[in-house]
Write a protein that binds this ligand. Structure first.
Ligand code: AMP
Length: 332
């Protein structure tokens, strides 16, 4: 929709029967991620390719890149798809993180010191899935067993005061801009709300922004990256996770920022100058999860609410069906 507003026509490649992005796009190619012929047919119809899901296989992105420029390329998903590689990359880029260690074998468990901690599978975990809190080596051993003895990372439990995110766009010319930092509230591992401005001290915001910009530069990114971070009581900022795509915690930008994160991505990958990131009004984004979206009539009648429904069909528990952005309007 952001691309259409700038006069571009988009073609969506998706493996699903019903791609909701295809509902609002000029074209759609349905194919599996490993269907080289379908990928080539898709690539023949476009000038530039991007992705909005970090679990697209790296080989799919590489296959597309043989036909047309893919922005951002394979590097961001290579790191984002694997928690251990991701944390190592954060450290190499100069970002602070919680203590962590690889858990690949019983020997690693016997040596584990990042306790109490959270054991996370290196791949395929999101929204708190594939994770277990552990306090002792015995609990760690049991949790690793339960996770199928898979490649895991043990992260020390961070006693954070809040969670925040930086969303950074970087253009073809290397210019980068960070959206105002969002204050994020999670429940059961799922993002519930994002508030902007966050009200955090300037020094904390400066560190968070610096981390986001540094990450984009280290990745040599052309596109958008979101970095989720913890803030501790003594003012430390610790990088937790990144996503090289528009992020749920940036949805407020659709209604309350001079440029939305989606438009910024389009600008970056199409080689246009990046747009301004000024806040237009204080806002609070609230996710509509599962059946909460059934209350849509209430939100649509509220003058302070901007309702976004994704058209996903069935409202399974935990599924993000839409969001509402509450905006503080100036008094008349
Ligand atoms: P993640 O899947 O890594 O984004 O984790 C989901 C949520 O679990 C985060 O947003 C935090 O609320 C919590 N969490 C993850 N890692 C840690 C940690 N090392 N210490 C404390 N809480 C964490």
């Amino acid at each position: 929709m952001a691309a259409a507003r700038l006069g571009y026509r988009t073609v969506v490649y998706a493996p699903e029967d019903h791609s909701i992005a295809a509902d609002v796009s000029a074209g759609h190619v349905r194919g599996a991620y490993d269907d080289r012929d379908a990928l080539a047919r898709f690539a023949a119809q476009v000038d530039v390719i991007t992705y909005e899901f970090e679990n697209v296989p790296e080989s799919t992105v590489a296959a597309c890149a043989r036909h047309k420029p893919v922005r951002p390329g394979t590097a961001p998903i290579h790191f984002a798809q694997h928690r251990l590689r991701e944390k190592e990359f954060f450290r190499r880029s100069g970002l602070g993180t919680a203590d962590y260690q690889p858990i690949l074998s019983e020997t690693d468990i016997a040596k584990a010191t990042a306790l109490p901690g959270i054991l996370k599978t290196c791949t395929e975990g999101y929204d708190g899935k594939g994770q277990a809190r552990v306090s002792t080596r015995a609990e760690l051993a049991a949790a690793w067993e339960k996770l199928g003895r898979r490649e895991c990372i043990l992260e020390a439990l961070v006693d954070f005061t809040c969670e925040i995110s930086a969303i950074v766009a970087r253009g073809l010319d290397g210019e980068a801009r960070c959206f105002p930092i969002g204050l994020n509230e999670h429940r059961d591992g799922i993002l519930r709300t994002t508030t902007v401005p966050s009200g955090l001290p300037v020094s904390t915001l400066a560190t968070a922004e610096r981390y986001g910009l540094q990450l984009a530069k280290s990745l040599d990114l052309v596109g958008l990256v979101a970095l989720e971070m913890f803030v501790t009581g003594d003012g430390q900022v610790l990088a937790n996770e990144m996503a090289p795509r528009p992020h749920n915690s940036g949805h407020w930008t659709l209604d309350a920022c001079a440029t939305s994160q989606f438009e910024q991505l389009v600008r970056a990958v199409c080689g246009l100058p990046l747009g301004p990131v000024d806040i237009l009004a204080p806002s609070r984004m609230v996710n509509l999860i599962g059946h909460e979206a059934d209350d849509w009539a209430r939100y649509v009648a509220d003058p302070t609410a901007r309702l976004h429904l994704y058209g996903k069909g069935s409202a399974r528990p935990g599924r993000k069906m839409g969001h509402v952005t509450y905006i503080e309007l100036p008094s008349r």
